[in-house]
Design a protein around this ligand. Sequence first.
Ligand code: HEC
Ligand code: HEC
Length: 335
Amino acid sequence: MKPSALSCTVALIFTAMIGQSAATAGNEPIQPITSAKVTNPALVELGKKLYFDPRLSKSGFISCNSCHNLSMGGTDNIKTSIGHHWQEGPINAPTVLNSSLNLAQFWDGRAADLQAQAGGPIANPGEMGFSHTLAVGMLQTIPGYVAEFKKAFGSDQIDIDKVTKAIAAFEETLVTPNSRFDQWLKGNKRAISKDELAGYQLFKKTGCIACHNGPAVGGNSFQKMGQVEAYKASSPAEGRFAVTGKEADRFNFKVPTLRNVEMTYPYFHDGAANTLTEAVDTMARIQLGKRFTPEENAKVVAFLKTLTGDQPAFRLPILPPSSDSTPRPTPFDRK
Ligand code: HEC
Ligand code: HEC
């Protein structure tokens, strides 16, 4: 029976158990990332501006890029995010890089896709603290935006659906192909070192691959945090249970992508692990009941660092200026 004919997890464990070493991408449980195909450049360009525009927040100070900084692997590199009025968020900000590959968005998967997700932060009182009506009203007063919406949608009537569609179209371009590991998958045997390859073998043999697989090396299932040993989180989040209300889903979280994981510290939904060494040690122990030696841990970490791909590269967008009638931001308004 061909491994590819088996259902996913079983096939992956099977693959891991036979300790496959041939670098043929087709047989590996991780596939290379493919570059994004842009079908509507005007829409992507508009989405990029909106992504960087802090005027979509009540304070006029917070943009998507504040918490998903594209200079820092699409994250904020802090334990939990800081939102409107310096509020401390309840959960770690996941990367937006390769988020189009996720089976759903958020740690608990409560948004079906990127468009459904994008409206959330704008109106979240703890994030951008604005409202959809105010955001759309603000954009409508900026002639540069009105012209760009017209170009992208053929209409100068702005609504939240168009705003989130444009942001999602931009996010779909935030993929990171061409990592050294992908070059290896495609047959370049010299793209990764002996230790990095040994780390990949350990990653498969130990069973990490059962949950972290596919092109994103994760992002495609919800799994319990603490399969073998309970995890004491510093966040009150209950995971998938919050969405389904099913007891079996309590403390199940979306398996995060491990692409660019070297850049997306700190780790876990509560941001409690500061280093990859710590995250790998915790995972091995609580998910698989395994204790890595320091040498084994270092090899797995070395492998994980080969997953850093080409970061999105583009000109910094220059935002169209506010007009005389654009409402001014109210950063210190406590209401
Ligand atoms: C104040 C910080 C903050 C701002 C601003 C913010 N986000 Fe987030 N974002 C987060 C946090 C925290 C999460 C995780 C929340 C959760 O899972 O419950 C998240 C989750 C996401 C996810 C899901 C990723 C995944 O793997 O599940 C995407 C996509 C995303 N944000 C895009 C955006 C976009 C687009 C904007 C602007 C419209 C934005 N964010 C603004 C903090 C922020
Ligand atoms: C049973 C499924 C499962 C297995 C097996 C598993 N993981 Fe995970 N992994 C997860 C889940 C779920 C999370 C997120 C948990 C959370 O934050 O609550 C995660 C998070 C991580 C993170 C942090 C990523 C981030 O951005 O926060 C790393 C690194 C990681 N795993 C590596 C590994 C390694 C290495 C192994 C093998 C030793 C492994 N995992 C085994 C499910 C699994």
